[in-house]
Design a binder for this molecule. Structure first.
Ligand code: GUN
Length: 297
């Protein structure tokens, strides 16, 4: 058996087009342009690339993009003052503070300063609590993207065994909540889980988000299962070249799975597409307008 390859790149392009259509209508009918502010502290090269892509795709969707690049030595007080200004700015509907922050800054304090209604990352403690209790919230972008791919593939997730490997606040925990919200039977596993291979073999849906290159081999995958690989790890090959790999050993897993996301081109492009969707949702909610269907959990 060879797995169906889930084309996250094409799916994300369709989401972006859909968002752009809604944005054009919001402008034409309500004179409203959704705006996203991204705050980057320091010069981390990977973060600079992400922030650049976010800004570009925001503008391509017809939204306003506000970039705040602050020096690495920015004080907590100054960063909080920037967030306060963005919270009060009516042109800004979404605020994202790129993580990780330099170590002298308290990320929890900074994230929790964002107005929860503008927290398009879904990291604010209010949004975490709303998601955990099944209430309307802003949902973290990467798990939301995974959920969209799974709904598209399966229709209903009701009663399916889902195993999430990884317990981060950004992916593992919210992913588990979203799967539970769609009535899957959910197990959260991680690097300390006993018999991890056995646990994974029970999964109809296996979501890998541990950040360890190719940790999950094909013989941990149930035949016909859907594998969603959130990992993006840069490795150096024996020939000295670098390449991106996921948390799943793609070659062996693709021989067993029913469907699998590649790395790159699987989950990755969905994250920014969902960030745009969340910004649109936030702008609609802030203006008392109906939110677009199919772009939220
Ligand atoms: N750094 C890596 N992923 C993310 C993300 O989804 N949001 C933010 N704010 N920072 C990140």
């Amino acid at each position: 058996m060879t797995a169906r390859v889930i084309d996250g790149k094409a799916f994300a392009a369709r989401i972006r087009e859909e968002v752009a259509g809604h944005v054009a209508r919001l402008k034409a009918e309500h004179g409203l342009q959704p705006g996203l502010a991204v705050v980057l502290v320091g010069e981390d090269p990977a973060s600079q690339v992400y922030v650049g892509s976010k800004g570009k795709q925001t503008v391509e969707a017809g939204m306003a993009s506000f970039e705040h690049k602050l020096p690495a030595e920015t004080s907590e007080k100054d960063l909080l003052a920037v967030i306060d200004r963005l919270n009060a700015d009516p042109k800004v509907h979404g605020i994202l503070v790129q993580l990780p922050l330099p170590s002298h800054l308290n990320s929890d304090l900074v994230i929790n300063r964002i107005d929860p209604a503008k927290d398009v990352d879904g990291f604010h403690i209010s949004n975490v609590g709303l998601l955990g209790t099944g209430q309307k919230s802003m949902v973290p972008c990467t798990p939301l993207g995974c959920l969209m791919l799974l709904r598209d593939l399966h229709g209903s997730l009701s009663g399916l065994n889902a195993v999430v490997v990884g317990r981060s606040n950004i992916v593992g925990k919210p992913m588990a909540q979203l799967l539970l919200g769609d009535s899957a039977t959910v197990t959260i596993a991680h690097s300390r889980t006993k018999n991890l291979a056995e646990v994974c073999r029970g999964a109809d849906i296996l979501v890998a988000a541990v950040g360890r290159p190719e940790m999950i081999p094909g013989d941990w995958v149930k035949p016909g299962a859907t594998v969603i690989d959130v990992g993006i790890n840069r490795i150096t090959t024996p020939e000295g070249k670098t390449r991106l790999v996921g948390d799943v050993d793609y070659e062996s897993a693709a021989r067993v799975a029913g469907a699998i996301t590649p790395v790159p081109g699987g989950v990755g492009p969905m994250t920014i597409a969902c960030l745009l969707a969340n910004t649109l949702t936030a702008a609609c909610r802030a203006n008392g307008l109906p939110e677009p269907k199919g772009l939220t959990a």
